[in-house]
Design a protein. Sequence first.
Length: 235
Amino acid sequence: MNKFLLRNKMNMSQSRIIITGYANTDLDGTASAIAYAELLKKGGKNVVAGFFGTPHREAQFVFKTFDIDKPVQAEDIFKREDKLILVDASDLRCISNLIDPKQVIEVIDHREVNQADKFPNAKIQIELVGSCATLIAEKFFKENIIIAPSSAALLYSAIISNTVNFQADVTTKRDKKTSDWLVKQFDLPESYVHKMFMAKSVFNKPLKEVFDEDFATFQFHSKQLGVAQLEIVNT
């Protein structure tokens, strides 16, 4: 039996793994899920990146710019026997209510405040960098695995977005080093970073709806804090 057929049989016998992030995930979660799915597929895993809700408008801009296929809608494929990997997500409040925490087998995130302990069957990777995309890209680099240009573009864009082009306080040397490697893996359009920030400065709906889409809650001791933000160019 040749290696290709053997790998296909292995994939069919494995439980399917859906890689996802928060519901209505932002660019960082979208990029991390798609790229990590590529990495695990190259290792012979039966995985698919799928998203609950609609990826953020910034992710839509990256899809269009690099002609990346529309991602799978998780609600259309999700089954109770599936395993789940969460990327750029590590708490219960913002993930889909269809997800049973016991289904989650891995959590990769970059937030100090998290609920990683709520996922009893998961391998946990929480590292304080500016973007979850940095953690995923590092896996390609360390394992010397070739990354698709589309995944490199997504991860690079996510790092630039999360660190506000390396101006945000969360930026680390790892983010900068990783983005320098990623940008060599695809063709970067002229003035791309400015165009990306311009794209998410355009709102085609009432601001209340925009805030609702971007709203997230976090637990600080006994209190819950709600956060929504707008990043606008040329105000």
